[in-house]
Each structure stands twice: as structure tokens, then as C-alpha cells.
Design a binder for this molecule. Structure first.
Ligand code: NCD
Length: 304
């Protein structure tokens, strides 16, 4: 049985197949609307979420299936001290597939070891978020026509931002991409991303603290929120939270066909005046996320 815990659990070719399937679902929804009849997804969310949980649920409903689950640790038996291993053994009896978000790095992976059903990592602490990456790849491909030869700027909280880690890991497999890593010194990308992902593959990257310096070079700008919930103290968060704010004025420094992505939620890092710029791709990114999740559910259930 397959799971999606890490973005590399699907090969580059399989990832392209998922993106293609998502496009077919978008164009021919009626072909798929009964595929998951009588199937259930369990969404186990031990951390807050709007998009990810609801897009999994919308995805399953679009496929003719249904949804069970919980949206906070407090409303599950975790509050009574149940282990993730026991929870997943129980959920395996009720559902056909599950998406798990957890504040602890590795929790969905641990669940997969005890699970009788496919487990999807819907975000584990500051570690990985592979289905957001599918949404990101889909958006980049739709906007740029390709996942190759792109200069990709990632800006903000590169240390705790799990979407950043997963996107770098995944898109590094397409040739000719380079990265500009834009962050305050304290929020630089973790060493393992540099030493285990970028350097071994000889991928070009540079680190800078200046968004203005990076902007003119970029094909993609991936903005992120400073991850308040991962900070040890509030003072550091308050000091760093507004490190980068993308404004209409700054957008004048960027290429005409750059695409701005953001996994959302946004706090202050993109001024709302940027929303009407044709380069703003973050709301279509949300929609793309639903279709890629439909494709993923079908693949993991061997229905496509
Ligand atoms: C992201 C996450 O949960 O990591 N949100 C999402 O799933 N779209 C980004 C964030 O919370 O900043």
C-alpha cells in the first residue's frame, strides 16, 4: 500500500502523471464524479487548517465519496492521551484513506507504519507538506508552461515553512531550476535542504536578505508567512513577522510574467493591492490544490 508522506514518495514521472490527471479531472469532472462512491476519507487535523482540510473534503465529495474526521486535537482522543499509532488503527476500520496534519514532525510517517489504509501527510510540524507542493507545481506549470529552467525565489520563513522544504525537494528534480532564498538570517532554510538536496545535485542557489535585490531575476516568487506557532518566544516572532511585505511598488521591480505564489494563510506579507495584479497566482493555487488532491486520492486508492 502506498502513502504520501514525503514529496519524493512519488517519482518525478508519477508526479507529472498526477498533475496531468488533475487537469483531466478539471476538464471532465463528470468522468470522475462517481469514482469514489461509498469511499470515505478521514481528515485528522491536530493543527488549524482552512484550505488543506476543506480541499481534501471537497476533493472527496467531488469524487462521489464522503468525509469523516476532526479539525482539532482537542476534539479527538488525543486529548485523552491516545497515541497516533492507536488512533490510526481505529481510523483504518472506518475509512478508506486518511489525511493527517500534526504539529509533530514525523507523526504522519509513524501513522503510516500502523495503518491499513493510505496515509497522506497534510503537514507535519515544520517539516513537510507534500500536497501543498502538488498545488504549487500545478500552479507553476499552468502559469509558466513548464517546471524546468525557472529561477524560483522563496521569501520569508524558510526555516519553519514546511511548504518551502517540500517545494524545494520536489522541484529540484526538474532540470535547469535555480533558487534565490530570501529570508532574515534567523529564518534561513535548514542546513539539510542545502546539504542533502541542493548541493549534491549541484543546483544553483543563493541566499539573500533582500527581496528588492532578488525580484528582477525571478520567474516565480513564493511568499510565506512567518510561522508564529513554531517560535519559542513571542518577542522573536514580533520582531521578524513583517520582515517582508510585497507591495505594488515592489512588484514594479519584477518581470512582467513572474508568478506570485503563497500557500496561504497570508498575514501581512502580501499587500492586498497586489491581489489584482495579473501576476498574483495565490487564489488560483487554492483551486489547483483541490484538483491535485482529487488526483492523489484516485491514485492512492488505485482508482486511476
Ligand atoms: C501552509 C501550512 O499549513 O504549512 N498552509 C497551507 O496548508 N496552505 C502555510 C502556512 O500555514 O503558513
Amino acid at each position: 500500500m502506498r502513502h504520501l508522506i514525503d514529496p519524493l514518495d512519488f517519482t518525478k514521472d508519477e508526479t507529472e502523471e498526477l498533475l496531468a490527471l488533475a487537469e483531466d479531472i478539471r476538464s471532465n469532472p463528470e468522468k470522475y464524479h462517481d469514482k469514489c462512491r461509498r469511499k470515505k476519507i478521514a481528515t485528522l487535523f491536530y493543527e488549524p487548517s482552512t484550505r488543506t482540510r476543506l480541499s481534501f473534503e471537497a476533493a472527496m465529495i467531488n469524487l462521489g465519496g464522503s468525509v469523516i474526521g476532526f479539525s482539532s486535537a482537542n476534539s479527538s482522543s488525543a486529548a485523552k492521551g491516545e497515541s497516533i499509532a492507536d488512533t490510526i488503527r481505529v481510523i483504518s476500520k472506518f475509512a478508506d484513506i486518511t489525511a493527517i496534519r500534526h504539529p509533530k514532525e514525523g507523526a504522519p510517517m509513524r501513522a503510516s507504519m500502523f495503518s491499513e489504509i493510505p496515509v497522506i501527510n497534510a503537514g507535519d510540524g515544520g517539516h513537510q507538506h507534500p500536497t501543498q507542493t502538488l498545488a504549487d507545481l500545478s500552479t507553476i506549470k499552468r502559469r509558466k508552461g513548464s517546471l524546468e529552467n525557472l529561477t524560483i525565489g522563496l521569501c520569508g520563513d524558510l526555516k519553519f515553512g514546511r511548504t518551502v522544504h517540500s517545494l524545494i525537494k520536489s522541484i529540484s528534480r526538474w532540470s535547469g531550476n535555480s533558487f534565490v532564498l530570501i529570508s532574515p538570517d534567523e529564518l534561513r532554510v535548514p542546513d539539510y535542504i542545502i546539504n542533502e538536496v541542493l548541493k549534491p545535485k549541484n543546483i544553483k542557489f543563493e541566499e539573500t536578505s533582500s527581496l528588492e535585490y532578488a525580484l528582477p531575476k525571478l520567474d516565480i516568487l513564493y511568499m510565506t508567512r512567518v510561522q508564529r506557532e513554531r517560535f519559542f518566544n513571542e518577542e522573536d516572532y514580533v520582531r521578524l513577522k513583517d520582515s517582508y511585505i510585497l507591495t505594488k511598488e515592489k512588484m514594479q521591480l519584477a518581470k512582467d510574467d513572474m508568478a506570485v505564489l503563497h500557500p496561504l494563510p497570508r498575514v501581512n506579507e502580501i499587500d492586498t493591492h497586489v491581489d489584482s495584479d495579473k501576476r498574483a497566482a495565490y487564489f488560483e493555487q487554492v483551486e489547483n490544490g483541490m484538483y491535485v488532491r482529487e488526483a492523489l486520492i484516485l491514485k492512492l486508492l488505485n482508482l486511476a
